[in-house]
Design a protein around this ligand. Structure first.
Ligand code: AMP
Length: 400
């Protein structure tokens, strides 16, 4: 069965077609600037590797974008499907499932209503995700659709981990609690980590460090997430590309007063103008630039990288305490998969756990590889995440 995986944003739509049995990627692409001038579609046939196609085509709405995706997939020359009937199901990434969704579900009218109900927790993302669902339903009636939530994997967190120490009214009335994000990645990578470590998933303590432009970390004990660093929104936790991560909440009012701006404007700064971008004095949010700056003697690039790694190391320490030990640590996402420099810097804090970095292995770039030495007490891996494959697997399981 072929699965179409859709990740729909307010003005973009990423897609992949994956064969569920072979797990082979058949095609991928991206629609950008939907509803704006200069909209374009990029399409790649990965089955025959016919190269990347790029077309500027007006896309006034998501229906047009989905119809262009379906035409590209069935194009006589470069398509990977003879007809749309070769798509067995569609898997949609949905950012927020609130407390309602603890796993992926087949989409029904009731599910759509329930996703709408939790949309005030992700007002930018959930409505955009639903536009993609709607467009696919109208163009592919009868094809089963599945919702895969970024928050679902973290729903196993115990109360003591997800509750904020705030008046309970905020939780009862507004569902203010920690949810966590990147769940599809944490789930995928923790499973891969147990597999490569030769451990049973339900008998393994794993810490997954998802270090990308958005960054989060999770503690997965015996197959269940017991803690994760993002909270009500993705702002909490690690220092990220442009997000501050953890800070004293009193800062919001303090800066609002000093700068004469609103709390909303300060929150915007915390999301978009903070993180390593701010610490590097505006040099970059990209770790390739920060590493170059660090090695070139730029003291703010050094500060940004050092603060980032220090925060990750502190979380690893606290999650080791939360699980009373750790068997496996996995690094993933853009920085976790590619930056040997960052991985080594973080591992240097973990000597007390018996972690030892194999520098030669760590310097390699492979999809899955062990980067700890043979005598390291904790197994450490770099593992490529694959959220689309994880969505395809979930979709297949629910619709085969
Ligand atoms: P992601 O959000 O997972 O796509 O990760 C994107 C981030 O990964 C970029 O902003 C970079 O900071 C980082 N990144 C990607 N490639 C490299 C690399 N070769 N070395 C260091 N960092 C990288």
């Amino acid at each position: 069965m072929n699965i179409l995986v859709i990740n729909c944003g307010s003005s973009s739509l990423k897609f992949q077609v994956i064969n569920a049995e072979s797990e082979k990627l058949l095609a991928k692409g991206l629609c950008e600037r939907i509803g704006m001038d200069g909209s374009c579609i990029t399409y790649e046939n990965k089955a025959d590797n016919t190269g990347k196609e790029f077309n500027e085509i007006p896309m006034p709405d998501h229906n047009k974008a989905v119809s262009l995706v379906l035409s590209a997939l069935t194009n006589e020359k470069t398509g990977v499907l003879k007809s749309l009937s070769e798509i067995g199901a569609v898997g949609h990434r949905i950012v927020h499932g609130g407390e309602k969704f603890t796993s992926s579900v087949v989409i029904t009218d009731e599910v759509i209503e329930a996703i709408k109900e939790v949309s005030d927790l992700a007002p930018l993302h959930n409505p955009a995700n639903l536009i993609g669902v709607d467009a696919c339903m109208s163009l592919m009636p009868g094809t089963p659709m599945v919702a895969v939530f970024d928050t679902a994997f973290h729903q196993t967190m115990p109360e003591k981990a997800y509750m904020y120490a705030l008046p309970l009214k905020y939780y009862r009335d507004y569902k203010v609690r920690r949810y966590g994000f990147h769940g599809t990645s944490h789930s995928f990578v923790s499973k891969e980590a147990a597999k490569v470590a030769g451990r049973a998933y339900d008998d393994c303590k794993t810490i997954v460090c998802h270090l990308g432009n958005g960054a989060s970390i999770s503690a997965v004990m015996n197959g269940k997430c017991v803690d994760t660093s993002m909270g009500l929104t993705p702002l909490e936790g690690l220092i990220m590309g442009t997000r501050s991560g953890d800070l004293d909440p009193a800062i919001v009012d303090f800066i609002a007063g000093k700068e004469g701006i609103t709390a909303t404007e300060v929150t915007n700064v915390l999301n978009k103008k903070s993180g390593v971008f701010a610490l590097s004095d505006g040099l970059s949010s990209d770790f390739r630039d920060l590493e170059d700056g660090y090695k070139g003697g730029n003291k703010y690039a050094k500060l940004a990288v050092d603060a980032f790694c220090y925060r990750v190391a502190k979380y690893i320490g606290s999650y080791t305490a939360a699980m009373n030990g750790v068997d496996v640590i996995a690094f993933t996402a853009g920085i976790g998969e590619n930056s040997a420099f960052v991985r080594e810097n973080i591992m240097a804090y973990l000597g007390y756990l018996g972690v030892a970095c194999d520098k030669e292995e760590n310097a390699k770039r492979e999809d899955i590889h062990k980067i700890s030495t043979a005598d390291s007490k904790v197994l450490v891996y770099s593992i490529a995440t694959n959220e689309e494959l994880a969505i395809a697997r979930e979709t297949y399981e629910l619709t085969k």
